[in-house]
Design a protein around this ligand. Structure first.
Ligand code: ADP
Ligand code: MG
Length: 217
């Protein structure tokens, strides 16, 4: 089943930078895809387009077979909300709130039932039960990223787009995070698209999309 399709996508930023030059790809349910390429090759731009966070200058992106370019911002936000989740290199947690609140606040915003029970279950799965009342700044990088993963999971997404999710943490913890992704992919059927420039992570991916200067190799 098709989850995301990118059709001949070009992205030209207002300053004239051509970040993507005719990229096409299809993501199917259950895929675990790596988007690889050196810094500046267009990985983040491609992930933004795939999640509807930005629009292509030319071409089209289909999310669950629906073309995104005709949608208004509010329609798109609503459409995306329980389907696609993002994980970023720099976590972007709510700094003034506890680990538990970082999940429950999102859950309440999304209208999810029994947010606290669900958050506690997810945090246990993520080995964070001993950190519920901590604030993000009291956590290690790996722990903060696990909270960000928890925040993604509480929306019960069909697909997770992760942009250099281990770019800021050490190799051991990074590998554990990838093992967690693999488990979620295999056991929960969550589709993953992960951008990374770290070749050591290649063995995790079912398929690799290689980018260079905005083009697929
Ligand atoms: P990657 O994630 O692989 O490092 P990016 O998608 O971030 O690559 O960037 C691709 C190219 O687009 C780079 O040349 C980058 O400098 C440029 N770029 C990214 N974002 C913008 C922006 N908002 N405005 C102008 N140029 C941008
Ligand atoms: Mg990037």
């Amino acid at each position: 089943m098709e989850v995301i399709r990118v059709e001949n996508a070009w992205k030209v930023y207002p300053d004239g930078t051509r970040a993507l030059k005719g990229v096409s790809l299809e993501v199917n349910r259950g895929d675990f895809i790596g988007v690889m390429g050196p810094s500046g090759s267009g990985k983040s731009t491609l992930l933004h387009l795939m999640g509807g966070l930005d629009k292509p200058s030319e071409g089209e992106v289909y999310l669950f077979k629906k073309p995104l370019s005709p949608m208004r911002e509010d329609e798109l936000a609503e459409f995306r909300k329980r389907r696609v989740a993002y994980i970023f290199q720099f976590y972007y947690l709510l700094e003034d709130f506890s680990v538990l609140e970082n999940l429950t606040l999102i859950a309440q915003m999304l209208g999810i039932e029994s947010p606290e029970d669900k958050a506690l279950k997810i945090l246990e799965f993520l080995r964070l039960s001993h950190r519920l009342e901590h604030k993000p700044y009291q956590l290690s990088g790996g722990e903060q990223q696990r909270v960000a993963i928890g925040r993604a999971l509480i929306s019960e997404p069909a697909v997770i787009l992760a942009d250099e999710p281990t770019g800021n943490i050490d190799w051991e913890e990074g590998r554990r995070i990838f093992e967690l992704f693999r488990k979620l992919n295999e056991e929960e059927g969550i589709t993953f698209v992960v951008a990374t420039h770290n070749p050591d992570l290649k063995p995790f991916f079912h398929r690799i999309v290689n980018l260079k200067d905005g083009e697929m190799l």
